[in-house]
Design a protein around this ligand. Structure first.
Ligand SMILES: [Zn+2]
Length: 308
């Protein structure tokens, strides 16, 4: 079992993040005016897809966007700076439909989940970072400490409050997602917002002053009444909807008795290793269908059966 490479989509971002260079106002502006630099355009978080590929634009194209369009430094790849640009920016924008957005004529602004299977993993990771960062800036215009309007600094790596000088950094919300195992079967559940038959590993946000392992144990007990031991970290996945860091675990369950919190889980069952292998191979097993390949839950199942 190789564990060197993170198998998760949105992981393995190829950009070199240049936080030191971003400290320099000049670096940001010089890079933005470098014709080799690239823009990653998003309309309300959706990337521009053209010909089945992610459409990254020449940096010179930033003049086609609204003057107050949010432009954020992402990093550098092969010597080319990459910037996120919001094609659906603030109050002065009249861009209400993605078809009205700049460069909509060369492709389509498409939901990330739909685009994920078409575009390269590298581009998906870059787009995930762009969405995460633009969404954080969009939601964090005001200081959480004093309420004043904050300013973007370091090319978008953080915001600073001019009134109280507090620094605000992009938010990351850790989530523990855990595949509980008991004697050759794993526990999968369905939350109320999933369609019938769609089963996944159980997950929950890490709470204040809690370790992810503790969160994994607490969530599975709260949601399914199952006690866990030997909680083993596997890998993580940036999940930009809007800012979750999914931390994947495999753990041993003490028994199979279930006591569901039906507000959180409407259905849960133990599914055998053989059935999971078959389902991962695309074979039918009852009405069960597993999470898609861009989810960490899928990769926890792959790892459990020995594929990843
Ligand atoms: Zn403040």
């Amino acid at each position: 079992m190789t564990q060197d490479k993170n198998p998760n989509w949105f992981a393995n971002n190829p950009l070199l993040r240049l936080n030191n260079e971003k400290d320099h106002h000049d670096f940001f502006h010089t890079s933005l005016n470098d014709p080799q630099s690239l823009l990653v355009p998003l309309w309300r978080g959706d990337p521009l897809i053209a010909g089945g590929k992610a459409a990254f634009l020449s940096a010179a194209a930033h003049e086609e966007f609204a003057k107050d369009a949010l432009v954020l430094m992402l990093g550098v790849k092969d010597g080319r700076a990459h910037f996120a640009i919001d094609a659906s920016p603030g109050p002065s924008s009249s861009t209400e439909e993605p078809t009205d957005a700049p460069f909509a004529d060369i492709g389509q602004y498409m939901p990330i989940r739909e685009a994920a299977g078409m575009i390269s993993r590298d581009d998906l990771a870059i787009i995930g970072q762009a969405r995460w960062l633009t969404e954080w800036h969009r939601r964090h215009s005001f200081c959480a400490n004093c309420g004043a309007q904050t300013n973007i600094i370091n090319g978008g790596a953080k915001r600073q409050c001019p009134a109280c000088e507090a620094m605000h950094f992009p938010r990351t919300d850790p989530v523990a997602i855990v595949l509980a195992i008991h004697e050759g079967a794993c526990l999968l559940g369905r939350s109320p917002h999933f369609p019938p038959g769609f089963l996944s590993a159980l997950a929950g946000f890490v709470e204040a002053a809690e370790t992810p392992e503790e969160a994994a144990k607490r969530e599975i007990f709260e949601e399914a009444g199952v006690r866990l031991t030997n909680v083993r970290y596997q890998f993580s996945q940036p999940w930009p909807f809007p800012s979750s860091m999914m931390m994947g675990f495999i753990a041993d369950a003490e028994g199979r008795a279930l006591n569901l919190d039906t507000d959180e889980i409407v259905e849960a069952k133990w599914v055998s290793l053989e059935d999971i292998k078959a389902l991962l191979n695309g074979e039918a097993r009852g009405d069960i269908f597993l999470p898609p390949k861009f989810t960490i839950a899928r990769h926890l199942l792959e790892r459990w059966v020995g594929n990843g």
